[in-house]
Structures are given as C-alpha cells and as structure tokens.
Design a protein around this ligand. Structure first.
Ligand code: A2P
Length: 325
C-alpha cells in the first residue's frame, strides 16, 4: 500500500504515523507533506527516515493509493479533489467535505458499509461526534432514538498544538493567545465560531454529523460544547430519549458487547470513564449509565475517548483498513 499523509507534522499527522506503526499494515511507499516551513524535516517511521515535502499541486503526480489529510479545511478543499482526480482515495479529517452529499462520513463500527459509496473522498467525522456514535448506534438499533442532548467537556489538544500551548503557558501565568479567554481555571462555552442561531459551529457539526452518520435526518438533537483545561481526551455527557422502554442492565450489556466500546461503570468503587484513562487507547469508554428519571424512556451516560486517536487518527486509519484488506 502506498500512503501519503498531508499535514504530517501536525498533532493528528504525527498520530497517523504512530497508529500506522502500531497496526499491522503493509506500507511499501510513504510520502509526507506539510507546509513550506517543514520542508526537509526528517521523520522516522518503522526504522526508516522520511523527508517532509512541501504540499503542492504536483504532489499527487505519483503512485499513491490512499492519502490521509489533516492540514485544515482550506487545504482539504483545494487539494483533496486534486488527489482524488488522480485516483487516490482521500480520507479527510477536516470539516470541509463532511456534509457534502456524495461524501460518506464514516465511523467504521457504525456505518462502514457506506464507505464503498465514495467518489474519491471519505470524511472523518468531528472528534466529539465520533465517540458518541458508538453508544448511540447501540441505542438506536435496539430502542430507537427520539431525542439526543450533548454536553461536551473538550480537551485543548482538539485545537492542535496551539491549544496545548495556551494551557501550558497559562499554567505559568502567561496570557492566552489562541482562546479568547484564559483556559486555566475556566470552562469556555465556545468552540469554533458563533452562528446566527446562537449555537457554535462545533455544536452544529455534532448535530448535523450525528444525523448523517446514524441516517436519521430529522432526529431532534441539541448540543452545548465546552472547552475545559484538560490536555487530552474529550468527555461527553449524553442524554438520549428512546422510543421503546428499556432495562438498564440490558443496555450495559449491549454497550459492552459492541466493538470499540469499553464499559467502565462501577461508581461504588469510584470507577467511571476518565480522560486520563482514555488517553493513549482506542476504546470509547462509557459509564455513569443510568435511567434519566426526569423524562419517560430516557437514559444518561458519560462517554470519554482520546480525541486525537479514536476521534481523529485511529478512526481515519480504520476507514483506510476497510480498503486495505
Ligand atoms: P507545518 O508543520 O509545516 O505548519 P496542527 O493541527 O497540529 O496545527 O497541524 C497542522 C498541519 O497542517 C501541520 O502538519 C502543518 O504543517 C500543516 N499545514 C498547515 N498549513 C499548510 C499548508 N499551507 N500546506 C501544507 N500543510 C500545511
């Protein structure tokens, strides 16, 4: 398999390489692209050193099977079509293509069958959306989703290296450069820009992408997305109203049996999903599973996952694996 990585020097790009190294995939050629700034930088992959090249319009004039993109929306808008026109399958981590009609939006455990309907570009969903899809798929299949409420507690690594720097510098008393306010000692109810409807773009991404992935175009969903002073892994509180009545123990078992989910739910022993436990693994941790007694047929639970791994790099590579096997 001949693989290209666009944005190879970034947080997600670096994780693409780490996850590719961990998994047993045969890679015969590897091409690493980033901006002019990184030209000549050396990156080691499986004992071999590769030089980073500048991404240009000619970058895809060679034999490449799959290109993993994570260099921001503008780069994806311009270069993903150039790559796919040359017969390269693009798996794009930006939001540029996610809601386009002919672009599958894939979480392999949930809707892998739609990946084959691609026209050369497959989108990787938003990091917060990905981790919620696994438990929501379980609930929808068995009980039917009626309404979903998301409240997120999102780590600074979701903003890339500059988000991490704001937290680390803030801890030393320096001012925020990336976030509009100090992230240390604060929860910022503001991720991406605000829209005229009062929601943020991040909130609307979660709403629209959930509907697309679960294939329920009119599902009522609301979301409040919050950036918290946590280095890595997003924590999300989900309330789901269901069509059918349920037994909470059955749901706990069904979550446990679903590929990609690990139930961590023993409050008496202080066991519940934590960002520090999710970091470095690919499982989506689910806990605090309980009946919501404020509404009929409603359930509350807490979902935590590594936003750079399952929320970005691992999910994209799992999509690639659909075509590699
Ligand atoms: P570079 O390191 O050369 O700036 P992150 O999300 O962690 O900030 O990473 C963004 C990634 O996107 C980096 O690999 C960065 O490369 C890459 N990138 C940014 N701008 C461009 C560009 N104009 N062309 C190609 N790659 C880019």
């Amino acid at each position: 398999m001949k693989v290209a990585i666009v944005g190879a020097t970034g947080l997600v790009g670096t994780m693409f390489l780490k996850v590719l190294e961990e998994r047993d995939l045969k890679i015969t050629n590897l091409y690493l692209f980033a901006s002019k700034r990184s030209v000549g930088k050396k990156i080691k992959f499986r004992e071999k050193e590769y030089s980073v090249e500048e991404l240009t319009e000619n970058s895809f004039d060679r034999e490449i099977d799959i290109a993993l993109f994570s260099a921001g929306g503008e780069i994806s808008k311009k270069y993903a079509p150039l790559a796919s026109e040359k017969g390269i399958l693009v798996i794009d981590n930006s939001s540029a293509w996610r809601m386009k009609e002919k672009v599958p939006l894939i979480v392999p455990e949930v809707n892998r069958e739609f990946a084959f309907e691609n026209k050369g570009i497959i989108a990787n969903p938003n990091c917060s959306t990905i981790q919620c899809m696994l438990p929501l798929k379980v609930l929808h299949e068995k009980y039917g989703l009626k309404r979903v409420i998301y409240n997120t507690y999102q780590a600074v690594s979701g903003t890339g290296q500059k988000g991490i720097e704001d937290l680390q510098n803030g801890l030393k008393g320096m001012e925020a450069k990336t976030y509009p306010h100090q992230i240390v000692n604060n929860c910022l109810p503001h991720i991406d820009s605000f829209l005229d409807n009062g929601y943020t773009k991040e909130e609307m991404k979660m709403i629209n992408e959930t509907r697309k992935i679960l294939n329920i175009s009119n599902l009522p969903i609301t979301a409040t997305c919050v950036r918290v002073p946590v280095l890595n892994s997003h924590s999300i509180s989900i309330t789901a109203e269901l069509e059918k009545d349920f037994n909470i123990e059955d749901i706990r078992t069904e979550f446990s049996n679903f590929q990609g989910i690990k139930v961590v739910d023993n409050p008496k022993e202080n066991l519940y999903p934590l960002a520090s436990d999710a970091t470095g693994q690919d499982k989506v941790l689910v806990g605090r599973i309980r009946k919501d007694f404020s509404a009929d047929k409603s359930i509350n639970f807490w979902v935590v996952a590594d936003n750079i791994r399952k929320g970005a790099a691992t999910n994209a590579i799992q999509i690639a694996e659909i075509f590699m096997k």
